[in-house]
Each structure stands twice: as structure tokens, then as C-alpha cells.
Design a protein around this ligand. Structure first.
Ligand code: NG6
Ligand code: CA
Length: 508
């Protein structure tokens, strides 16, 4: 892998500029210290490999994600570290394998902060390089010391692990508390109506999805039968905080407005923005503007809504004159799921759409669709459009940006491969350990090895194959992307090789 420094990328940009006609202003800029590019990570929640038209979707049209994918590097072997949210976000932000941290699993809204305040993180590294750092959207990495008092300042949280600015939901859209939190304080909290949250017991007299289905506008299928907020039964019980409760249908606009403001407020010096959209995770609550637009029910509608948000966000970067000085990474935290706990027509109205594209499995699965996700890098004017088969992981962004900026803050699990992210090299990772609900598997070259795991082959509630089998599973992804033929018995040599690599990486 070629080492790419910021200076070398920027000198290429400056060279390109100097070849064309330019103004005196540009000449002046090029002779001064190169400006560090802004970095934006646009992260979706449960968006599948096949949910984007640039990745082959034919039944959904995602023009804005396509613009990034077709104008940048479209990775076909881009991975989240995990098949669920919390661990993937942990991997993205810390550059470390989440399976090293036993608490890195789907967290309730009352969980303590998962990332240690001593740990290196992507925003911390960038802050040390002079960046302003912000997070807008879904957090789901725990807050405070656990069982936070939502009526006081909540700490530690994103602001203690590297973000100067945070505007977040604590966990997921289907979990309480259903409020926004800005820099550790619940937004619009009325001190006379304090918030109480409990994941075990209800508060006396409060309606629940289980006991008061007549009060719900969205029906629960599995789980999701605790407190009802805006007609939607949630996971966990909550009382109070009426004025602070979010409006689900406005959430996309709300995060978009906040992300745009962040850009406008920080455009004059380098910034990092982690824009973590909530779609298409449940509950799928498109704004009425998008209702019915996909013909696929709310899941399709919120994908169109997310795509629109991304378009508006990019428009802002453009209007502010910083699109050409901004590296955009687009990806998703895990693969797709249809019925994730509510009756919302995701299954019934799917039609010919294939959320996982050609991949097997989905969210929660050790098969490819759990972790292989849309993954795009875009840098207008610098990255030449290309499709890359290089194996990359979100965990590698920390080391890669550190390398680009000349920072030594790197992790041992991540790899520095800015040349791959810029599309200049197609030499990605050789090995990657993938995780799904605490189980791990190895991708090595074109091969995938899943060790034997007890447990159901299929999660019946969500109708997804989890990857569990009593025998080793070995697939050649180059010849069998859909993982239909287990070669463990017919290719014992390869199996042995991958077992040895796996053991050297994860230990026994
Ligand atoms: C599961 C929820 C699911 C979703 C998931 C987290 C149930 C039965 N299912 O426990 O609906 O919230 O957690 O998704 O409660 S993630 O994308 O944030 O990992
Ligand atoms: Ca997710």
C-alpha cells in the first residue's frame, strides 16, 4: 500500500488547479499552507447492500446516494465491523474491533457510555489535528455512567470522547427516551415535567403497547410493546418529558437542519461531521411528503426520504463552496431487515426489491448481508470515479485519515489505506474478522469461514438466516457470492488455512 499524505493529495489538487485558468485568489491559496479537507461520514441505519440503485436496486431510485457512488469510489467489498448497530458504531469511531469489548452489543437507552474516555477515537484524532468535530443523529453507544438522570447534564457522552458538538438521540428510534440531547442536555425539557426511564418496570398508570393496543397507530410484532409515544409502542418505559419528546415524522428534517447548520457554522475551518441518519431502522416514520412514494410501504419511503436528506445536505456543502474540499464517506451500520418488530408492510409490499442484493442473510447475520454494506468515498474533483473490489472496513477510517493528516494516533486493528479510499489503489485488506451478535467469522482474501455456532439457523421473528451451523462453513465469495456451497469438507486445506488465521486474530 502506498502511503498517501495530505500533502501529496493536496499537491495533486493544486497541480490540477494550476493547469487550468485560475484567478489570483486561487494562486494565492495554492501558495499558502494546504487546507485540510473537511470529513463527513454519512451513516445510515440498517441500509442494505441492495437498497441503493447504484448497488443494483431496480425497484428503488436513490439519485443522491447514486451521485456519490457513481462520482466517487463505489466499494463492492466494504464492511461494517458488525451486523448490528452498537458494535459497528464502536468500530467506526474507535478503529478497534468491537468483539474485543464484551459490552459492545445492542444497548438499551439506559446503558453507560461504551467508549472509554481514555480511548482513541476518530473525532479525538481529528480534533488534535485542528478539526471541529460534530455528531448529529443516532448515537446508541451509551451515555453517562448508566441509568442517567435525563433531567441533569448527561456525562460522559459524545462530548467526552472527541465531539465538540453533539445533537443526538440516545439509542434508537424504537427505544426510550424519545428525546433529542444537545451537548449532554435534553432539548426542550420542562423542569416541571421530569423524565423517568426504566427498561424493566412500567410507571404506574402509563399505557403500554401490550396493555393498550387501542392507543397505538403502529402495531408491534415482536418486542416493542412498552411505552407508547406518538402512537408508537417502544422498547422501554418512559414517563414525563412531554414537551421534549420528538415527533417521529419530523426526525429526518430535524437532523438534516441540524447537520446543515453545523456545516454553515463551521465552513471556515476544517470540520468533521458524523451525520448518523435514523433510516431505514424501525419504526419507519416517513414525513408525509414521502408517504407512499416508493410503493413499497414505509421502509421504501424512508429510504427515499434519507436519499433526499443526503441530497439536501450535499447541496448545502456545494452552496457554501466547500464541496470540493470535503471528503464524504457514505455507509450503513449493518445489513437490512424487513420485519424488525412492527407490522409496517415491509414484507408485504416488498415486491421484487432485494434489500440484500445478491448477498445471503441480513441484519444480525454472519452471512455477508449482515456486514457487507454500501460503502462509498467521494471527494469532488479529487477522487476519480471508480468501482473498487478492495476489501475495506469502516474501522480503517481512523488510521487512514490519521495517516493522511500525519497523525500517529492509530489503532492496531485498523489499517491505513487512504490510497484505497481515494481509489488510487485496489489493494485492500487481506483479512477481516466480522461480528454478528457476539459471534465472529473470518473473511480472508476471497474466502469466508464461519466457525460452528450453536443456536437457531434462522431468527424466525425477523426471518433472517443467522449463519449458525454445527459444522464449519467455508465459502469462496468470488465464485459463490450468495454463499450457497459450503466447501469446508471439499477444501480442507483452505479451511485449515483460514482456521489458523482466524485463531491468530481472535485467539482461542
Ligand atoms: C432489537 C430490536 C430491533 C432493533 C434492534 C437494534 C426487538 C425484538 N428487536 O433488539 O427492533 O431495535 O434491537 O437495532 O426488540 S440496531 O440497528 O440498533 O442494532
Ligand atoms: Ca442498525
Amino acid at each position: 500500500m502506498k502511503k498517501i499524505t495530505l500533502l501529496s493529495c493536496l499537491s495533486a489538487v493544486i497541480f490540477m488547479l494550476s493547469c487550468g485558468t485560475k484567478t489570483t485568489e486561487q494562486e494565492e491559496t495554492s501558495s499558502t499552507e494546504p487546507t485540510k479537507p473537511n470529513i463527513v461520514v454519512i451513516y445510515l441505519d440498517d441500509l442494505g447492500y441492495g437498497d441503493v440503485s447504484a448497488y443494483g436496486a431496480t425497484e428503488l431510485n436513490t439519485p443522491n446516494m447514486d451521485m456519490l457512488a457513481n462520482g466517487g469510489v463505489r466499494f463492492t467489498n466494504g464492511y461494517a465491523t458488525s451486523a448490528t448497530c452498537t458494535p459497528s458504531r464502536y468500530g467506526l469511531l474507535t478503529g478497534s474491533y468491537p468483539w474485543r469489548n464484551e459490552n459492545a452489543r445492542i444497548l438499551p437507552g439506559t446503558a453507560p457510555l461504551l467508549i472509554s474516555t481514555d480511548q482513541m477515537t476518530l473525532p479525538k484524532m481529528l480534533k488534535e489535528q485542528g478539526y471541529s468535530t460534530g455528531v448529529v443523529g443516532k448515537w446508541h453507544l451509551g451515555l453517562g455512567e448508566g441509568d442517567a438522570d435525563w433531567n441533569e447534564h448527561i456525562s460522559p457522552g459524545p462530548n467526552e470522547v472527541g465531539f465538540d458538538y453533539s445533537y443526538i438521540m440516545a439509542a434508537t428510534q424504537d427505544r426510550v427516551p424519545t428525546v433529542y440531547i444537545e451537548n449532554g442536555d435534553v432539548v426542550n425539557l420542562d423542569p416541571n415535567d421530569p423524565i423517568q426511564v426504566d427498561y424493566k418496570n412500567n410507571f404506574e398508570g402509563e399505557p403500554t403497547g401490550k396493555d393498550n393496543p387501542d392507543q397505538t397507530t403502529m402495531k408491534w410484532h415482536h418486542g416493542h410493546n412498552n411505552s407508547i409515544v406518538n402512537g408508537i409502542p417502544r422498547i422501554g418505559f418512559m414517563k414525563g418529558g412531554e414537551a421534549a419528546k420528538w415527533k417521529d415524522v419530523d426526525m429526518a428534517d430535524h437532523f438534516l437542519t441540524t447537520a446543515k447548520s453545523y456545516v454553515k457554522d463551521h465552513k471556515d475551518s476544517p470540520f468533521f461531521l458524523y451525520y448518523a441518519l435514523q433510516q431505514p431502522h424501525v419504526p419507519r416514520t416517513p414525513h408525509p411528503r414521502f408517504e407512499g412514494k416508493s410503493g413499497m410501504g414505509p421502509r421504501g419511503d424512508v429510504i427515499l426520504e434519507a436519499d433526499w436528506c443526503i441530497g439536501e445536505f450535499i447541496k448545502t456543502l456545494d452552496e457554501e463552496g466547500i464541496l470540493e474540499n470535503t471528503i464524504i464517506v457514505l455507509s450503513s451500520d449493518n445489513g437490512p431487515v424487513l420485519n424488525d418488530g412492527y407490522y409496517d408492510d415491509a414484507v408485504e409490499k416488498l415486491g421484487d426489491h432485494k434489500p440484500a442484493g445478491p448477498l445471503r442473510g441480513g441484519k444480525y447475520s454472519l452471512y455477508e448481508a449482515g456486514t457487507r454494506v454500501p460503502f462509498v468515498t467521494y471527494w469532488k474533483g479529487t477522487i476519480q470515479p471508480t468501482v473498487s473490489d478492495a476489501m475495506v472496513c469502516q474501522m480503517d477510517l481512523l488510521n487512514s485519515f490519521a495517516d493522511m493528516l500525519g497523525s500517529t494516533n492509530m489503532t492496531t486493528d485498523g489499517q491505513a489505506m487512504m490510497d484505497v479510499f481515494l481509489g488510487e489503489s485496489k489493494q485492500g485488506r487481506e483479512n477481516l474478522v466480522l461480528e454478528a451478535t457476539s459471534r465472529t467469522a473470518l473473511r480472508s482474501g476471497d474466502w469466508m469461514m464461519i466457525p460452528p455456532y450453536k443456536g437457531a439457523a434462522i431468527n424466525k421473528s425477523v426471518n433472517i438466516e443467522l449463519g449458525n451451523d454445527e459444522d464449519y462453513q467455508l465459502f469462496n465469495l468470488k465464485e459463490d457470492l450468495g454463499q450457497q456451497t459450503n466447501l469446508a469438507k471439499t477444501n480442507p486445506e483452505k479451511l485449515k488455512e483460514l482456521k489458523a488465521t482466524y485463531e491468530s486474530l481472535v485467539g482461542d
